[in-house]
Ligand binder design. Structure first.
Ligand code: SF4
Ligand code: SF4
Length: 143
């Protein structure tokens, strides 16, 4: 069997093409931003943090039933709300939530909905949000 000889390469061509490639990026607009001083671009349809309007929740448990990975559990919360006689409200575990939006779509009263908020870093090792925390602005949540 005939053994093919490796192709001969012209010296420095590889280095020059690498340098041209690097130089072509020098004049392009940078894609990085100085976060957190500068907030990154958020696409219009981006969604993450779930919020809850406590007064609109009727405790129907549909959001819990439709969640594909059990991220929502109903919790008893004693508060005045004539629309929610069983006093059941959802809590959400963002550690397992896949942001599928099923809960938002099934909710008959639009009480639960996804927002643009994504800054949910915490010092405690739990991403479980109680109904009261879901109703708060993210800046008010004790982390
Ligand atoms: S958030 Fe909506 S779907 Fe979930 S229990 Fe309340 S009313 Fe029902
Ligand atoms: S967005 Fe999807 S995964 Fe997250 S809590 Fe709602 S139903 Fe569950």
């Amino acid at each position: 069997m005939e053994v093919k000889e490796p192709k001969r390469r012209i010296p420095l061509v590889g280095i020059l093409s690498g340098m041209i490639s690097v130089a072509s990026h020098l004049f392009r607009k940078p894609v990085t931003v100085q976060y957190p001083e500068v907030r990154p671009y958020e696409p219009e349809r981006f969604r993450f943090r779930i919020s809850l309007k406590l007064d609109d929740c009727v405790g129907c448990t549909l959001c819990e039933q439709v969640c594909p990975n059990g991220s929502i559990k109903m919790e008893k919360l004693v508060r005045e709300n004539p629309r929610n006689k069983r006093m059941l409200y959802p809590d959400v575990n963002f550690g397992t939530c896949t942001v599928c939006r099923n809960c938002e779509e099934i909710c008959p009263t639009t009480a639960i909905y996804l927002t643009h908020e994504f800054e949910t870093a915490r010092t405690k090792n739990s991403f479980l949000y109680s109904p009261l925390e879901l109703a708060m602005d993210e800046k008010e949540v004790k982390k």
